[in-house]
Design a protein around this ligand. Sequence first.
Ligand code: URA
Length: 195
Amino acid sequence: MSLEEELRLVKEKCLLCEKCPLSKTRTNVVFDDGIPNGNLMLIGEAPGFYEDKEGKPFVGKAGQLLDKIFNSVGLSRQKDVYIANTIKCRPPNNRDPLDTEKVSCREYLDRQVEILKPKIILLCGNVSLKSFLNLPYGITKARGNWFEGPFQSKMMPIYHPSYLLRNDSREKGSPKWQMWQDIQEIKRMYERLKS
Ligand code: URA
């Protein structure tokens, strides 16, 4: 079975999922976007208002900034990046996902990673970071560093674009400046590992 077919089967199951109460309030399940070629995967937190409406991850303001960040080093979701979230349905009022929701939804994310076996996984924001790495510190310290991930992947935590939208400075040492360093490092690793 091809990778796309395997993902389609998981998606079909996920679209019908009623394992947690978010299934009652969602408009759409937000399963994935981008290209599933196993080179680069980004894992965000949870769908927001616009994602829930469209059924696609990162389509709101944060998503537009994310696209800009990728584009700044010549990467795009059309040809390089596969995008998913830790949970697939929008939490009311965009609150952080509950542990129970993350546990219910984990089987879908685990299958996405298992099918894709990405060489690089970007953990976008604290929720995503904490779902994979048990560190005694958060995103501010973890970002920009490589960690060993599942299926011999390299994982890098990065700032969530919503955080960058709230911190506009581009001065040396600011979150936006750090993101610029990180995306250049990600591009270097991507070029080294891509098939
Ligand atoms: N924030 C996320 O973490 N994921 C989305 O899909 C949209 C906003």
